[in-house]
Write a protein that binds this ligand. Structure first.
Ligand SMILES: N[C@@H](CCC(=O)N[C@@H](CS)C(=O)NCC(=O)O)C(=O)O
Length: 66
């Protein structure tokens, strides 16, 4: 299974992070910084055009919204 989790510490993505941990799901993790503008950069906007975390890419399909 391929799953990539995009997150910002201490943000709404913490909910998804807790669920992934509770279900013991292994995934690649990409930490972003709102302060550094990471959520507005083109690479991340390709994943989630809303420019918000959490975002997950599962088997090539991007999912946003906690
Ligand atoms: N309704 C969305 C809200 C997500 C959201 O607002 N995320 C904020 C962090 S708590 C964010 O990514 N902000 C990025 C930005 O403002 O550039 C969800 O629950 O997934």
């Amino acid at each position: 299974m391929s799953l990539t989790f995009y997150y910002v510490p201490m943000s709404t993505s913490s909910i998804t992070e807790a669920v992934l941990a509770e279900l013991d799901i292994l995934c690649d993790r990409v930490q972003l910084s709102i302060a550094d503008g990471d959520t507005r950069k083109p690479d991340f906007l390709k994943v989630n055009p809303n420019g918000r975390v959490p975002a997950i890419v599962h088997e090539g399909t991007a999912i946003g919204e906690a």
